[in-house]
Design a protein. Structure first.
Length: 382
């Protein structure tokens, strides 16, 4: 019946399925464990008309024109520039920490001196990862680096990852660099926008195709068996000779035979409030106070005129396999080695393709996943 089976319907699986259906005009089956498509991008409108991101805030931003153009086939956009403030010693400070932030947290003369030194040392509008800034020798820049490290990164990262900034891959804290400019936006990408009707509609439109069948509420283990010794795949007891595109956790595919790959999970606690607004921007980070890392207020992302609002507090936690949602791969050298062990075994199969944040164990953003899925389709499927 099917030459292609896709496991998982987040961006990785949905983009590939859409390409197979439209470009190859082939039939494809998607197997999805949850009762909805869209993976962690899933959103919905609540009874008051507020669009809520069920699995935490998703802000689309990209420099890839091809990705933006591709997704524009499935949605119209509202231009939206995400802003984040961090609550530090009673003040709300723009994040990424930038030249404006300097003047909020330091006395004017000191702020000016640091600004001048930064501008001498770095090009205007450049981005400096905190772990690089910490290597500075100048006394004022060192002072700044220590301040930002202590007040913005150290405790937030301890909450978020259970680790110190230097214990995780440098790329993680480099996502939020110190910004040598006055742009208060969280991202600087060329395309920054929110799908007008939410993300779920993108997935509905991508997958609404006569060639695509979706099995919801189905753990792939219920229908797929893999014979690792003989390198064979079985779908409903019959040998499956087509291509299997797997976007789930690679260790689960192997029944965790070499051990569990570590992830970080979150407790997401939503609260409904009887007032128009809760905070001044979409997200306020709380690096040093409380057990949650940040509060997001959805009305800033999808404006509606209403005397009510919904906020979300994110409480990071350790991930327990088979119980919690694996939101973030924990990218350390040791974990990467374990991942590679699994990956090497998969590569012996000609017809299993891994793509996405979970299957590739990478901290991909939404645009990275779409980019990757489009590439994988061109290189390995088409
Ligand atoms: N980070 C931090 N303080 C902040 C914001 C970010 O220490 O105020 C660090 C933290 O380690 C976090 C990483 O930078 O996990 C990446 O942040 P980002 O906002 O990109 O995380 P995401 O939105 O993907 O959870």
């Amino acid at each position: 019946m099917f030459n292609y089976i896709v496991i998982g319907s987040g961006f990785a699986g949905s983009v590939i399925a859409e390409r197979i259906a439209n470009v190859l005009n082939e039939k494809v089956l998607i197997i999805e464990k949850r009762n909805h498509i869209g993976g962690n991008c899933y959103d919905y409108k609540n009874k008051d008309g507020i669009i809520i991101h069920k699995y935490g805030p998703h802000l689309f931003h990209t420099d890839y024109k091809d990705v933006f153009d591709y997704l524009s086939n499935f949605t119209d956009w509202n231009i939206y520039h995400h802003k984040v403030l961090a609550f530090i010693d009673g003040k709300k400070v723009p994040i990424p920490f930038n030249l404006n932030s300097l003047y909020i947290v330091f006395p004017q003369t000191l702020a000016r001196r640091i600004e001048e030194k930064l501008l001498k040392r770095y090009p205007y509008n450049s981005k400096v990862p905190i772990l690089d800034l910490k290597e500075e020798n100048d006394e004022d820049l060192k002072f700044l680096a220590d301040y930002v490290y202590q007040k913005v990164f150290l405790n937030y990262t301890a909450k978020q990852w259970g680790l110190k900034p230097e214990e995780i891959d440098k790329e993680v804290t480099a996502r939020v660099p110190v910004f040598i400019g006055k742009d208060d936006r969280y991202f600087t990408d060329r395309y920054q926008a929110i799908p007008i009707e939410g993300y779920s509609k993108i997935f509905e439109r991508m997958l609404n195709h006569k060639n695509i069948k979706i099995m919801l509420n189905t753990d792939f283990k219920e229908v797929i068996n893999i014979d690792f010794e003989n390198k064979k795949i079985y779908f409903l007891e019959q040998e499956f000779k087509g291509k299997l595109i797997f976007t789930g956790m690679i260790d689960e595919l192997f029944d965790f035979k070499y051990g569990y790959l570590p992830y970080r999970s979150l407790d997401l606690r939503f609260e409904s409030l009887e007032k128009e607004w809760f905070q001044e921007v979409a997200t306020v980070n709380y690096p040093n106070d409380y057990d949650f890392t940040r509060i997001t207020e959805f009305k800033h992302i999808h404006p509606v005129n209403l005397e009510k609002t919904i906020i979300l507090r994110e409480y990071p936690k350790q991930y327990t396999p088979n119980k919690d949602i694996p939101y973030y791969p924990i990218f350390t050298k040791e974990n990467q080695e374990l991942y590679n062990r699994y990956r090497e075994e998969i590569e012996k199969f000609e017809n299993i393709i891994l793509v996405g944040r979970l299957a590739e164990y990478r901290y991909y953003d939404m645009d990275d996943v779409v980019k990757r899925a489009l590439e994988v389709f061109e290189e390995k499927i088409k």
